[in-house]
Design a protein around this ligand. Structure first.
Ligand code: TXA
Ligand code: MG
Length: 313
Protein backbone atom coordinates (compact mmCIF):
# COMPACT_ATOMS: atom_id res chain seq x y z
CA UNK A 1 0.00 0.00 0.00
CA UNK A 2 1.34 3.45 -0.85
CA UNK A 3 2.02 6.07 1.82
CA UNK A 4 -0.58 8.34 0.26
CA UNK A 5 -3.29 5.67 0.52
CA UNK A 6 -2.33 4.90 4.13
CA UNK A 7 -2.50 8.60 5.01
CA UNK A 8 -5.83 8.93 3.18
CA UNK A 9 -7.34 6.08 5.22
CA UNK A 10 -6.14 7.75 8.44
CA UNK A 11 -7.75 11.02 7.39
CA UNK A 12 -11.04 9.21 6.75
CA UNK A 13 -10.86 7.53 10.16
CA UNK A 14 -10.30 10.94 11.76
CA UNK A 15 -13.45 12.31 10.10
CA UNK A 16 -11.67 14.14 7.27
CA UNK A 17 -12.39 14.42 3.56
CA UNK A 18 -10.36 12.64 0.88
CA UNK A 19 -10.88 13.06 -2.85
CA UNK A 20 -9.99 9.89 -4.75
CA UNK A 21 -10.03 8.58 -8.31
CA UNK A 22 -12.61 6.09 -9.50
CA UNK A 23 -13.04 4.69 -12.99
CA UNK A 24 -16.14 6.89 -13.49
CA UNK A 25 -15.27 10.29 -11.99
CA UNK A 26 -13.34 11.48 -8.92
CA UNK A 27 -15.23 11.12 -5.64
CA UNK A 28 -15.16 13.20 -2.47
CA UNK A 29 -15.00 10.65 0.32
CA UNK A 30 -16.01 10.68 3.98
CA UNK A 31 -16.56 7.96 6.59
CA UNK A 32 -20.15 6.91 5.79
CA UNK A 33 -20.72 5.90 9.43
CA UNK A 34 -19.81 9.30 10.85
CA UNK A 35 -22.55 11.93 11.03
CA UNK A 36 -19.98 14.68 11.51
CA UNK A 37 -17.82 13.60 8.56
CA UNK A 38 -20.82 13.34 6.25
CA UNK A 39 -22.11 16.72 7.45
CA UNK A 40 -18.80 18.26 6.47
CA UNK A 41 -18.97 16.48 3.11
CA UNK A 42 -22.38 18.02 2.41
CA UNK A 43 -21.17 21.45 3.49
CA UNK A 44 -18.16 21.34 1.15
CA UNK A 45 -20.31 20.05 -1.73
CA UNK A 46 -22.98 22.66 -0.89
CA UNK A 47 -25.39 19.81 -1.29
CA UNK A 48 -28.90 19.85 0.22
CA UNK A 49 -29.22 17.41 3.16
CA UNK A 50 -32.06 15.41 1.59
CA UNK A 51 -29.93 14.29 -1.37
CA UNK A 52 -28.64 10.74 -0.72
CA UNK A 53 -25.01 9.80 -1.34
CA UNK A 54 -23.56 6.56 -2.71
CA UNK A 55 -21.61 4.41 -0.22
CA UNK A 56 -18.48 2.76 -1.64
CA UNK A 57 -17.05 -0.55 -0.42
CA UNK A 58 -14.04 -2.69 -1.32
CA UNK A 59 -16.13 -5.79 -2.10
CA UNK A 60 -19.71 -6.93 -2.70
CA UNK A 61 -20.02 -8.61 0.70
CA UNK A 62 -19.27 -5.33 2.45
CA UNK A 63 -21.65 -3.46 0.16
CA UNK A 64 -24.54 -5.83 0.83
CA UNK A 65 -24.01 -5.40 4.59
CA UNK A 66 -25.39 -1.88 4.08
CA UNK A 67 -28.53 -3.30 2.43
CA UNK A 68 -31.35 -5.70 3.23
CA UNK A 69 -33.45 -7.76 0.83
CA UNK A 70 -30.65 -7.95 -1.75
CA UNK A 71 -32.36 -10.51 -3.96
CA UNK A 72 -31.43 -12.46 -7.03
CA UNK A 73 -31.22 -9.46 -9.37
CA UNK A 74 -28.79 -7.72 -7.02
CA UNK A 75 -26.63 -10.84 -6.80
CA UNK A 76 -26.57 -11.24 -10.58
CA UNK A 77 -25.64 -7.61 -11.27
CA UNK A 78 -23.02 -7.55 -8.51
CA UNK A 79 -21.41 -10.75 -9.78
CA UNK A 80 -21.32 -9.49 -13.34
CA UNK A 81 -20.45 -5.80 -12.95
CA UNK A 82 -18.62 -5.34 -9.62
CA UNK A 83 -16.04 -4.07 -9.20
CA UNK A 84 -17.15 -1.51 -11.77
CA UNK A 85 -19.22 1.52 -12.75
CA UNK A 86 -22.56 0.33 -11.34
CA UNK A 87 -24.51 1.58 -8.32
CA UNK A 88 -27.31 -0.55 -6.86
CA UNK A 89 -30.13 1.06 -4.89
CA UNK A 90 -31.55 -1.39 -2.33
CA UNK A 91 -33.45 -1.29 0.95
CA UNK A 92 -31.03 -0.13 3.61
CA UNK A 93 -29.74 -2.02 6.65
CA UNK A 94 -29.17 -0.54 10.11
CA UNK A 95 -25.63 0.48 9.04
CA UNK A 96 -27.09 3.13 6.72
CA UNK A 97 -28.24 6.15 8.69
CA UNK A 98 -30.53 8.96 7.56
CA UNK A 99 -27.54 11.25 7.05
CA UNK A 100 -26.32 9.16 4.07
CA UNK A 101 -29.72 8.16 2.65
CA UNK A 102 -31.33 11.59 2.79
CA UNK A 103 -33.99 9.97 4.99
CA UNK A 104 -34.94 7.38 2.32
CA UNK A 105 -35.42 3.73 3.29
CA UNK A 106 -32.93 2.84 0.53
CA UNK A 107 -29.17 3.04 0.07
CA UNK A 108 -27.03 3.34 -3.04
CA UNK A 109 -23.94 1.09 -2.92
CA UNK A 110 -21.03 0.67 -5.31
CA UNK A 111 -17.78 -1.32 -5.51
CA UNK A 112 -15.45 0.72 -7.73
CA UNK A 113 -12.79 -0.90 -9.92
CA UNK A 114 -10.09 1.79 -9.92
CA UNK A 115 -6.99 0.36 -8.17
CA UNK A 116 -6.45 3.48 -6.04
CA UNK A 117 -10.12 3.56 -4.97
CA UNK A 118 -9.91 -0.14 -4.18
CA UNK A 119 -6.70 0.28 -2.16
CA UNK A 120 -8.23 3.15 -0.19
CA UNK A 121 -11.43 1.20 0.56
CA UNK A 122 -9.42 -1.83 1.66
CA UNK A 123 -7.18 0.26 3.89
CA UNK A 124 -10.13 2.08 5.43
CA UNK A 125 -12.20 -1.06 5.83
CA UNK A 126 -15.65 0.54 6.10
CA UNK A 127 -18.09 2.35 3.83
CA UNK A 128 -17.01 5.58 2.19
CA UNK A 129 -19.74 8.06 1.28
CA UNK A 130 -18.64 9.72 -1.95
CA UNK A 131 -20.46 12.02 -4.30
CA UNK A 132 -18.57 13.38 -7.28
CA UNK A 133 -15.84 15.76 -6.05
CA UNK A 134 -17.32 18.95 -7.50
CA UNK A 135 -19.57 21.64 -6.06
CA UNK A 136 -23.25 20.73 -6.27
CA UNK A 137 -24.69 20.97 -9.79
CA UNK A 138 -21.38 21.48 -11.60
CA UNK A 139 -19.49 19.24 -14.02
CA UNK A 140 -17.98 16.18 -12.33
CA UNK A 141 -14.16 16.01 -12.12
CA UNK A 142 -12.26 13.42 -14.17
CA UNK A 143 -8.75 14.42 -13.06
CA UNK A 144 -7.13 15.35 -9.74
CA UNK A 145 -6.47 18.83 -11.19
CA UNK A 146 -10.23 19.31 -11.74
CA UNK A 147 -10.82 18.46 -8.08
CA UNK A 148 -8.21 20.95 -6.89
CA UNK A 149 -9.65 23.65 -9.14
CA UNK A 150 -13.16 23.07 -7.73
CA UNK A 151 -12.60 22.31 -4.06
CA UNK A 152 -9.06 23.50 -3.33
CA UNK A 153 -8.28 23.75 0.37
CA UNK A 154 -11.69 22.38 1.40
CA UNK A 155 -10.35 18.82 0.92
CA UNK A 156 -7.78 17.33 3.29
CA UNK A 157 -6.11 15.20 0.61
CA UNK A 158 -6.51 14.55 -3.11
CA UNK A 159 -5.28 11.13 -4.25
CA UNK A 160 -3.86 11.02 -7.77
CA UNK A 161 -5.06 8.33 -10.14
CA UNK A 162 -4.83 9.70 -13.66
CA UNK A 163 -7.79 10.62 -15.87
CA UNK A 164 -10.96 8.61 -15.20
CA UNK A 165 -11.37 5.84 -17.75
CA UNK A 166 -15.18 5.93 -18.04
CA UNK A 167 -15.51 9.69 -17.65
CA UNK A 168 -19.18 9.88 -16.64
CA UNK A 169 -20.88 8.81 -13.41
CA UNK A 170 -21.91 5.22 -12.66
CA UNK A 171 -25.06 3.59 -13.99
CA UNK A 172 -27.65 3.57 -11.15
CA UNK A 173 -30.23 0.76 -10.95
CA UNK A 174 -33.00 0.80 -8.36
CA UNK A 175 -33.80 -2.73 -7.18
CA UNK A 176 -35.62 -1.65 -4.03
CA UNK A 177 -39.14 -1.80 -5.44
CA UNK A 178 -39.31 -5.13 -7.25
CA UNK A 179 -38.94 -4.47 -10.97
CA UNK A 180 -35.55 -2.94 -11.80
CA UNK A 181 -35.52 0.75 -12.75
CA UNK A 182 -32.66 2.58 -14.43
CA UNK A 183 -32.23 5.82 -12.48
CA UNK A 184 -29.11 7.07 -14.25
CA UNK A 185 -27.65 5.66 -17.49
CA UNK A 186 -23.88 5.13 -17.67
CA UNK A 187 -21.15 3.03 -19.26
CA UNK A 188 -23.07 -0.12 -18.32
CA UNK A 189 -25.99 0.26 -20.70
CA UNK A 190 -29.66 -0.53 -20.30
CA UNK A 191 -29.17 -3.32 -22.87
CA UNK A 192 -26.29 -4.84 -20.89
CA UNK A 193 -28.39 -4.79 -17.70
CA UNK A 194 -31.34 -6.40 -19.49
CA UNK A 195 -29.08 -9.08 -20.99
CA UNK A 196 -27.63 -9.89 -17.57
CA UNK A 197 -31.03 -10.03 -15.86
CA UNK A 198 -32.96 -11.61 -18.71
CA UNK A 199 -35.75 -9.07 -18.30
CA UNK A 200 -36.73 -5.53 -19.09
CA UNK A 201 -35.21 -2.69 -17.10
CA UNK A 202 -37.63 0.23 -17.01
CA UNK A 203 -36.55 3.84 -17.28
CA UNK A 204 -37.11 6.14 -14.32
CA UNK A 205 -40.77 7.13 -14.12
CA UNK A 206 -43.06 9.33 -12.03
CA UNK A 207 -43.35 6.69 -9.31
CA UNK A 208 -39.61 6.27 -8.95
CA UNK A 209 -38.09 7.33 -5.64
CA UNK A 210 -36.75 10.81 -5.35
CA UNK A 211 -33.66 11.15 -7.47
CA UNK A 212 -32.20 14.63 -7.28
CA UNK A 213 -29.88 13.99 -10.21
CA UNK A 214 -32.95 13.88 -12.38
CA UNK A 215 -34.68 16.90 -10.92
CA UNK A 216 -32.42 19.84 -11.40
CA UNK A 217 -29.72 21.14 -13.61
CA UNK A 218 -26.68 18.93 -13.18
CA UNK A 219 -23.36 18.41 -14.86
CA UNK A 220 -23.63 21.96 -16.16
CA UNK A 221 -20.96 24.44 -17.25
CA UNK A 222 -21.51 28.13 -16.39
CA UNK A 223 -21.65 29.15 -20.07
CA UNK A 224 -25.09 28.48 -21.64
CA UNK A 225 -24.94 25.25 -23.60
CA UNK A 226 -27.12 24.31 -26.54
CA UNK A 227 -27.52 20.98 -28.32
CA UNK A 228 -27.66 21.54 -32.04
CA UNK A 229 -28.52 19.00 -34.76
CA UNK A 230 -25.70 18.75 -37.30
CA UNK A 231 -27.76 20.38 -40.07
CA UNK A 232 -28.39 23.45 -37.89
CA UNK A 233 -24.78 23.90 -36.74
CA UNK A 234 -23.80 26.06 -39.69
CA UNK A 235 -26.69 28.47 -39.15
CA UNK A 236 -25.94 28.78 -35.41
CA UNK A 237 -22.28 29.48 -36.13
CA UNK A 238 -23.23 32.11 -38.70
CA UNK A 239 -25.17 33.99 -36.03
CA UNK A 240 -22.55 33.65 -33.26
CA UNK A 241 -19.19 33.42 -35.08
CA UNK A 242 -16.16 33.56 -32.79
CA UNK A 243 -18.34 34.09 -29.71
CA UNK A 244 -19.32 30.42 -29.83
CA UNK A 245 -17.33 27.49 -28.47
CA UNK A 246 -18.12 24.29 -30.31
CA UNK A 247 -17.99 20.59 -29.40
CA UNK A 248 -18.51 18.53 -32.52
CA UNK A 249 -17.66 15.42 -34.52
CA UNK A 250 -16.93 17.43 -37.63
CA UNK A 251 -13.87 19.46 -38.63
CA UNK A 252 -13.29 22.93 -37.16
CA UNK A 253 -15.04 25.85 -38.84
CA UNK A 254 -12.71 28.81 -39.39
CA UNK A 255 -15.32 31.30 -38.13
CA UNK A 256 -15.09 29.73 -34.67
CA UNK A 257 -12.08 30.34 -32.40
CA UNK A 258 -12.72 27.54 -29.98
CA UNK A 259 -13.57 24.14 -31.40
CA UNK A 260 -13.06 20.70 -29.88
CA UNK A 261 -13.46 17.58 -31.97
CA UNK A 262 -14.94 14.56 -30.22
CA UNK A 263 -14.53 10.81 -30.83
CA UNK A 264 -17.24 9.07 -32.87
CA UNK A 265 -17.60 6.18 -30.41
CA UNK A 266 -19.77 6.67 -27.34
CA UNK A 267 -17.24 5.38 -24.80
CA UNK A 268 -14.44 7.54 -26.17
CA UNK A 269 -16.79 10.54 -26.22
CA UNK A 270 -17.89 9.99 -22.61
CA UNK A 271 -14.27 9.68 -21.47
CA UNK A 272 -13.48 13.15 -22.84
CA UNK A 273 -16.80 14.88 -22.23
CA UNK A 274 -16.33 16.58 -18.86
CA UNK A 275 -12.77 17.75 -19.51
CA UNK A 276 -14.03 19.17 -22.82
CA UNK A 277 -16.93 21.00 -21.16
CA UNK A 278 -14.57 22.49 -18.59
CA UNK A 279 -12.19 23.62 -21.32
CA UNK A 280 -14.96 25.20 -23.40
CA UNK A 281 -16.42 26.82 -20.28
CA UNK A 282 -13.07 28.49 -19.70
CA UNK A 283 -12.82 29.81 -23.25
CA UNK A 284 -14.68 33.03 -22.44
CA UNK A 285 -17.37 32.49 -25.08
CA UNK A 286 -21.05 33.51 -24.97
CA UNK A 287 -22.37 30.05 -25.78
CA UNK A 288 -21.30 26.44 -26.06
CA UNK A 289 -22.78 24.70 -29.10
CA UNK A 290 -22.75 20.91 -29.01
CA UNK A 291 -23.37 18.86 -32.13
CA UNK A 292 -26.11 16.43 -31.06
CA UNK A 293 -24.88 12.82 -30.73
CA UNK A 294 -26.62 9.88 -32.47
CA UNK A 295 -29.99 8.58 -31.23
CA UNK A 296 -28.48 5.08 -30.93
CA UNK A 297 -28.90 3.19 -27.56
CA UNK A 298 -25.10 3.17 -27.09
CA UNK A 299 -25.28 6.97 -26.71
CA UNK A 300 -28.01 6.99 -24.03
CA UNK A 301 -25.72 8.06 -21.16
CA UNK A 302 -23.94 10.75 -23.17
CA UNK A 303 -27.28 12.15 -24.39
CA UNK A 304 -28.53 12.18 -20.78
CA UNK A 305 -25.54 14.23 -19.54
CA UNK A 306 -25.70 16.63 -22.47
CA UNK A 307 -29.44 17.14 -22.02
CA UNK A 308 -28.89 18.02 -18.37
CA UNK A 309 -25.99 20.31 -19.20
CA UNK A 310 -28.26 22.09 -21.67
CA UNK A 311 -31.33 22.28 -19.46
CA UNK A 312 -30.33 25.60 -17.92
CA UNK A 313 -32.10 25.36 -14.59
O1 TXA B 1 -19.81 7.31 -10.51
C1 TXA B 1 -20.35 7.66 -9.47
O2 TXA B 1 -21.44 7.20 -9.09
C2 TXA B 1 -19.64 8.74 -8.63
C3 TXA B 1 -18.37 8.11 -8.06
C4 TXA B 1 -17.64 9.02 -7.13
O3 TXA B 1 -18.68 6.89 -7.45
N1 TXA B 1 -20.49 9.24 -7.60
C5 TXA B 1 -21.56 10.05 -7.89
O4 TXA B 1 -22.22 10.50 -6.78
O5 TXA B 1 -21.90 10.36 -9.01
P1 TXA B 1 -23.23 11.72 -6.77
O6 TXA B 1 -23.56 11.94 -5.34
O7 TXA B 1 -22.66 12.87 -7.52
O8 TXA B 1 -24.50 11.15 -7.48
C6 TXA B 1 -25.20 10.14 -6.84
C7 TXA B 1 -26.58 10.01 -7.38
C8 TXA B 1 -27.45 11.17 -6.99
O9 TXA B 1 -28.19 11.62 -8.11
C9 TXA B 1 -28.35 10.57 -5.94
O10 TXA B 1 -29.61 11.14 -5.92
C10 TXA B 1 -28.41 9.12 -6.33
O11 TXA B 1 -27.14 8.83 -6.79
N2 TXA B 1 -28.69 8.27 -5.19
C11 TXA B 1 -27.87 7.96 -4.16
N3 TXA B 1 -28.50 7.20 -3.26
C12 TXA B 1 -29.75 7.01 -3.72
C13 TXA B 1 -30.91 6.34 -3.23
N4 TXA B 1 -30.89 5.70 -2.06
N5 TXA B 1 -32.03 6.36 -3.99
C14 TXA B 1 -32.05 7.02 -5.16
N6 TXA B 1 -31.00 7.70 -5.68
C15 TXA B 1 -29.87 7.70 -4.96
MG1 MG C 1 -22.45 14.51 -8.78
Amino acid sequence: MSDAVRRAAEILRAGGLVAFPTETVYGLGADASSAAAVARLYAVKRRPADHPVIVHLAAAEGAFAWTREAGEAAQILAAKFWPGPLTLVLKRSALAHDFVTGGEDTIGVRVPAHPVAHALLEAFGGGVAAPSANRFGRVSPTTAAHVRADLGADVDLVLEGGPSEVGIESTIVDLSRGAPVLLRPGRITQEALEAALGKRVALRDEDAPKHPGGLERHYAPATPLRLVPVHALDREIASLGARAAVLAFSRPDERVDYWLRMPRDAEGYARKLYAALRELDGAGCDAILVEAPPEDPAWQAVRDRLRRAASGG
